[in-house]
Design a protein around this ligand. Structure first.
Ligand code: BES
Ligand code: MN
Ligand code: ZN
Length: 491
């Protein structure tokens, strides 16, 4: 999208104009300053439309007036903000998104015109940018040619400030779209080799990228991670990305991601229905990759390291089998009772590697780890587990702020005990009930006393249904959550 920032004195003469309205105490729509002027310029067309449609300016609702009189634009859209005290970052994003959704069908230029200080325009634009995302890379004939707005203009009393805030925030939106692209890619295009290759381009935005292949991983002792990829024709990879925008000797915040580019289940093969969704089993890695990309691009003053484990879980004559025992990088042996519980085997090694090599201040990992978290929380809240209660509030606050909410789940020795086995130090599954907790308990065996948060985003990162800010399959959930959480550590 192209962006332009203008003064209010210079009102648009083309495209579709979005104006704002909020709700008074009697639930009546009140027009924002410039919307009132537009009402006058159209000889009261806006207020008449509001009356006829009984438009109440409820949050993120829209009212459209095509071909208005007296103004040289294609259409006017009035978008509701709800009651001013309730206006928050998330509601502004939804408002900007829904207005954009309507406007982009009418014109390729969308103008946002506002005056009220509550209308933090960067959140409106974030909503628009996320709403405008489309995945049609492999349609040789594009089926949907509407909704291709290419320019957004903002008209306000503070164009310089608006341009500056958006310049920074736009990088965060780009991180989300980057993650969505990765997740939407089918697994024959995005495999552990092509994925690693793709991440090398991050060196252009000041991220140091190291790619470890199977030879190095074998030498280093990544026995758990490698066991997952051993049935695949592709070589497993670990990619280490470092962005140092903070003080020189400041310990980094670590991001760790599950990057299973396709999860067939392995020898414990998954059923066929919906198996295609497992191209998104690298969603955790996409979320952390999107977050470090956003932080680096907006030049955040913080040190971040991001480590992703890229593997494909395939059945073959080389694949691991139920009952196999492997030695992890930590030295602990693992009995693999179900080859479909593979994500935790990948994370076990990269979590250990990350804390051992970087000694991070905080370590956050993201993974589409269990179907059980979807049963527990559905598709709106992600679930998180932590060994440090002081991280609970900041995590929940960050999620609520950006509209990627997250709920704490328990860690307790009751669950931990159940992953003991006579055949090795630990086994990779226990009961079906509470499955997300056993997965988390397993991960904790590979984390020492580093403050750590495990985010299970299996229900939220793809297939979570349409929202104002996401009309496609992959949502990119987690990018903005992590970006926001980490921004609190900026110097
Ligand atoms: N990738 C899946 C989890 C998943 C399921 C993600 C649905 C997104 C949507 C994971 O590797 C898996 O298969 N987990 C098993 C673990 C079980 C075998 C202990 C599960 O959740 O059933
Ligand atoms: Mn699996
Ligand atoms: Zn998986």
């Amino acid at each position: 999208m192209k962006y332009g920032f203008n003064d209010l004195s210079d009102l648009p003469k083309a495209g579709t104009s979005v104006y704002f309205a909020y709700q008074d105490d009697a639930d009546k729509a009140v027009l924002d300053g410039p919307a009132e002027l537009a009402d006058k310029a159209t000889d009261g067309q806006i207020s008449r439309a509001i009356n006829i449609a009984k438009f109440k300016a409820e949050p993120a609702t829209t009212l459209e007036i095509i071909a208005p009189n007296g103004l040289a634009v294609d259409a006017i859209i009035i978008v509701g903000l709800g009651k001013l005290p309730d206006v928050c970052e998330e509601s502004l994003m939804d408002t900007g998104a829904n207005a954009f959704g309507v406007a982009q069908k009418i014109s390729d230029i969308v103008n946002y015109i506002y005056e009220h200080k509550k209308i933090a325009i960067e959140n409106i634009l974030m909503g628009a940018e996320l709403r405008g995302y489309k995945w049609d890379k492999y349609q040789t004939v594009k089926k949907d040619e509407t909704g291709r707005a290419s320019t957004i203009n903002v008209y306000s009393a503070n164009k310089t400030q608006d341009a500056k805030t958006w310049d920074s925030k736009q990088h965060v939106a780009a991180g989300v779209l980057y993650a969505r692209d990765l997740i939407n890619e089918p697994s024959n295009k995005l495999n552990p080799e092509t994925y690693a290759e793709r991440l090398k381009e991050f060196s252009k935005i000041g991220i140091k990228v190291e790619v470890l292949g199977e030879k190095q991983l074998t030498k280093l002792g990544f026995g758990s991670l490698l066991s997952v990829g051993q049935g695949s024709a592709y070589e497993s990879h670990v990619v280490v990305m470092q962005y140092n925008g903070g003080a020189k000797n400041d310990a980094p915040i670590a991001l760790v991601g599950k990057g299973v580019t396709f999860d067939t289940g392995g020898i414990s093969l998954k059923p066929s229905p919906d198996m295609d969704a497992m191209k998104g089993d690298m969603g955790g890695s996409a979320a952390v990759v999107g977050a470090i990309r956003a932080l680096a691009a907006r030049k955040a003053k913080v040190n971040v390291v991001c480590v992703v484990g890229l593997v494909e879980n395939m059945p073959s004559h080389m694949a691991m089998k139920p009952g196999d025992v492997v030695t992890s990088l930590s030295g602990q042996t693992i009995e693999n009772l179900n080859t479909d519980a593979e994500g935790r085997l990948v994370l076990a090694d990269i979590l250990w590697y990350t804390q051992d090599r970087f000694n991070p201040k905080v370590m956050l990992n993201a993974a589409t780890l269990t179907g059980a978290i979807v049963v527990a929380l559905g598709t709106h809240y992600g679930g998180f587990f932590t060994n440090d209660e002081s991280l609970v509030a900041p995590m929940k606050i960050a999620g609520d702020q950006v509209g990627e909410p997250i709920w704490q789940m328990p860690l307790h020795k009751f669950y931990d005990k159940k992953i003991d086995t006579p055949n090795a130090d630990v086994k990779n599954m226990a009961d079906r009930w509470g499955g997300a907790i056993y997965a988390a308990a397993f991960l904790q065996r590979f984390v020492n006393d580093t403050p750590w948060v495990h985010v299970d985003l299996a229900g939220t990162i793809f297939g979570a249904g349409k929202t104002p800010t996401n009309q496609g399959w992959s949502s990119g959930y987690g990018v903005r959550l992590f970006e926001r959480f980490i921004s609190k550590y900026e110097s």
